[in-house]
Write a new protein. Structure first.
Length: 295
């Protein structure tokens, strides 16, 4: 289904005229997709970023995931300016991400912070904890996290819920007590001598509502796994090919990733789509867009 795994042994920057055509073809809908023309109409967007290299120099590979398409961009910065390029000046929907500052700087609307990222931070703090107070905070946070996700799994009907699916109100009904418990836990440890505990406590205290946005909105997940999965193929390619050698290569990789992942989301064969697109391009015919029609 995906094209890039089949191309991991190919030097994309020497892929020849076909790659130039692919850049031209995808550019017709890639540019408006990353400029906010389409993304700003999406109710929910998941975003993430990871390190990248071009000629050994530091770059950042960004991804934003909508329900029916995904857009990648390789940038020289991890600042909020990249989000403006990807989502437009103002994004009206819900942005799901980790707690990285650029997401908070850019988006003034509703955010959903990733619980999986928070749990990893807590587990890391627990491994390094040297005091009873730090250990207690981490264990209490993990216990509340487990309780919240048991309710979520029951709502989803997942096997991890261990019982029959719950009515939607089963998640919302205990939300307020759980929210208060998270808030109280954060408040008790705001002045912790442990820096990691203090930072995590501040996150719970200041953003307890942001962590629970998924309870109120259909289509919002408590984790940022959608974006993490979208980055996985890109990271595998980077580790095998050691990044890019030019800006042209950056553009080619970003667009190929965009096409292949979007095709996968839409249950299309990426290689078949690109083959048909190149044929249409050479015949001066319209190339099918992978972007959904705007409402």
């Amino acid at each position: 289904m995906a094209l890039l795994p089949a191309l991991v042994d190919v030097d994309l920057e020497r892929f020849g005229p076909a790659l130039s055509e692919i850049r031209s073809i995808t550019g017709r809908w890639f540019t408006p997709a990353q400029g906010g023309t389409f993304t700003k109409h999406q109710p929910v967007i998941n975003g993430d970023e990871t390190g990248h290299r071009t000629k050994g120099e530091k770059r950042w590979l960004w991804v934003v995931v909508a329900p029916m398409f995904v857009v990648y961009r390789i940038a020289t910065t991890c600042a909020a300016d990249v989000l403006v390029m990807l989502l437009g000046d103002v994004f009206a929907g819900i942005l799901c991400s980790d707690r990285w500052r650029p997401y908070q700087t850019y988006h003034q609307g509703e955010l959903q912070f990733c619980w999986a990222h928070f749990k990893r931070n807590v587990l890391g703090a627990l491994d390094l904890a040297k005091t009873t107070e730090a250990e207690r905070f981490c264990r209490d946070a993990l216990a509340l996290h487990a309780r919240l996700f048991r309710l979520w799994y029951r709502f989803r009907g997942d096997p991890a819920g261990a019982r029959r699916p719950a009515h939607p109100s089963a998640v919302d009904r205990p939300r307020a007590p759980l929210q208060k418990k998270f808030f109280a836990l954060g408040e008790r440890h705001l002045d912790s001598a442990n820096k990691d505990v203090r930072n995590l406590a501040t996150a719970l205290f200041a953003h307890h509502e942001t962590f629970l946005v998924f309870v109120h909105h259909e289509g919002v997940e408590p984790t940022n796994n959608r974006a993490k999965r979208a980055l996985r193929t890109a990271v595998q390619w980077r580790k095998i090919m050691f990044g890019n050698r030019s800006e042209v290569g950056e553009l080619a990789v970003a667009r190929l990733l965009t096409v292949t992942r979007t095709c996968q989301m839409q249950q299309l064969d990426a290689l078949a789509y690109l083959t048909a697109a190149i044929r249409a391009h050479r015949r001066r015919q319209a190339v099918a867009s992978l972007l959904p029609k705007r409402p």
